[in-house]
Design a protein around this ligand. Sequence first.
Ligand code: GCB
Length: 865
Amino acid sequence: MKSIINLFLFFSFIISYSQQVRHLETINDSWQFHKGSLDTPFSNDDLISWEKVTIPHSWNTEDILDDEDGYYRGDGWYKKTITIPKVYENQKVFLLFEAVNQVTSLFVNGKTVGKDHIGGYTTFARDITSALKKGENEITVKVNNAHNDEIVPQAADFSFYGGIYRDIQLVITKPVHFEVANMGANAIFVRTPEVSEASAKITIESKLVRPKKGKYLVQHTLFDAQDTMVKQVISKAAFQKDVFSEFTINNPNLWSPDNPYLYKLVSEIVDKDGVVLDRIENPLGFRWFSFDSKKGFFINGKQTKLIGTNRHQDFLGKANAVSDEIHRYDMKLLKEMGINFLRIAHYPQDPAILEMCNKLGFVTTLEIPFVNKAAANEAGKQNTINMLKEAIRFNYNHPSIVAWNLGNETTMKAPKDLGEAYTKHFVETHKVLAETIKEEDHTRYSYSVFFREPAYQDKLGIRFTELVGYNKYYGWYVEELEDIDKNLRSLVKRSLELDPDKPFILSEYGGGADPRIRSYNPTRFDFSIEYQFLLHKAYMKTILDMPEIVGANVWNYADFQVEHRKDAVPHINNKGLVSANRQKKDAFYLYKALLSKTPFLAIASKAWKNRAGIADTQGGTFAIQPITIVGNSKDVELIVNGESLGKKTFDFSTATFDVPLKGGENLIEAVSEQNGQLIKDYATIDFTLQPKNLKSTKNPFNEIAINVGSTCYFNEDHNVNYLWMPDKAYEVGSFGYVGGELLRHPSNRRNTIGTDISVKGTENDPIYQTQLIGVEAYKFDVPNGTYELSFLLAELKTKEENIMDIEVNGKVLWSELNLKKEYGDNRGVAKRFLITVEDDKGITVNFKAKKGKTRLSGIKLRRIN
Ligand code: GCB
């Protein structure tokens, strides 16, 4: 008997690997799209305009970077004709949508198929077989992304772009198949209840769909990474629907961040003749893990500090319609940076992401978009629970996932301010979500993330999950850089006092940085690349030193688009370690130096190619500026224009040199050695040396642009790199302001300069956002000649009326200037004047208030003759 079974096994094995049983194809091309509502969507009405689009698609891409606030939230219609080839007659046909934001209605040949799908981030499938006819079939999809009180997210710091923004797949199976349309789920649930170095037990729950009674076998075959069969198990699927299988293997090759070893589990349904009817593949990684609130995270018994980032599905100009190639690129860049931890925030993302987390060895947490506020009604609660179930079932088999997060900053909108009924729903939602996590998957941790004090959540009674995450922006929105260590330690203490056994994750921290902004005097909220670098250095010092911070995720891997943001670049949250089109910022290199296990060295600021400075001495030929090198070796030597500046020892992976830069091109070489291997990095800097004395004949004055009211440099354009210099007080022989005060941020950002108002009519918001208010004069001690003098001005949400005269050397240039009246609020105004300097007078620009206060954002002087 045994040998007959073996023979059967052998044949089924042969058959199963010689044919394709389940058909899968993307149908992303050539959809017709109509933005707006349609009364007669299925008519051939010529008046309805359709445009051809390719999935991934979002209808909001053009709304993003315009000057206007808001983005289209409403209906969008898609249609496409498909023909199912004859070979698939009598089979089951499904459409699988990886994600559509946010309510989806599906029609085939004008008839509704299935229920509307609710929620913009989870995968779902619909069986369209019975609606199909021979020949051509019209698929129509109505999508709506309008605000809906019953669907989360209700509010968030990201935009809810509409459209079919992930792949659509056509799935064709035999009538007997593994379930496809179970909340978008994979029909195979793999668990590894016992794993050790010696052996691993695998249990598998398979969900079958069988229209007819019959005898089927469910066959699971485990392959190692070399595609060698390790084990096969066959279970009868006589009459029951769910089939349970179980087997054990010896000496599993364990999955971990250091060794992301993946097996492949092939699951098949085989009929009595040995014909394979359906087949699905799943990744399988053997690992055991636990969190300890005092000692940290352990994987396969090894203590592992979890360091990584958060990530949004986003790319500049594409809204959320991001290709699989970009998703995979991001994961590779994160691997290059050296992370081992990824928080997929704030919603489930493209399947490509988890595939890469498994392959690259990222320990991962995944969450649902219950952000800031609940959809506080019964339908809202049910929808949120459904999303969680869909997220868990679809992603169940990824070995990289260790925790399911039920929500982010859900107390952002203070529940008490929203009334008793809201609070009740809100608390209940938390409770039921935490329970659902454990019901759906008891093999992983439940997790929730907050930004308010531990005591606040305690008072509300929402401490339901096993892990807790805190989003803390010390040194950015609140508190100073110097106090990051103190604040973090005391937060962790408060959390552990409340819940001594609940592991603490620093789920978000970070600060904004616009790659155009640079500073040698970085300050909080100046959006300089240098401040972001210092902030992350400070955080990492504490994070690495505290075992109680079991894991930490930078906010964010990349800059991302948020319609309502008004930072240095309007509509962009720029807390990324790379920009929205993936240019690396200096802090990226810091993390790489701290985390990378292979030799690494970088001139952190090498992306800043166009710099300027004032000569160190009168008639001097260079300016000294600091340059920071990051690396993971002991020390580094810096060579500037062929001359060595000597060696410096790395301190926390950084070393800063004072570098003499000459006018023109400078070659910077950093050289280090690790394990006998030489490592090098280069940078070229095009340097504009401004004379200390503007009348210098050795280095004659040519042109200068000053970012008035700011300590930052500003690179106007990535390609042209027109550079604005930081402002300074006037000194004889040089240039600078006289009088005035720096414009300060609103009170919650004490002591920070500039505003977060988005400035219309310009892309150079940061120049206008920093200003000198009440400025009396601006002086340039330049030689006689003809000059072009430009002013950059903006009146930013001022209440009072401001009128000023601008005079040059006693002559009125611009009289009775009322910016608000003439140009409007928050609009950048740039004007240039031609002036002549005679009698060695230099230039004195006087600002005279006729009413209210004077102001100046930028000033530019260019010598013509
Ligand atoms: C947070 C939120 C995240 C925001 C971030 C920020 O705490 O969880 O969605 O984008 O702060 O940049 O303010």
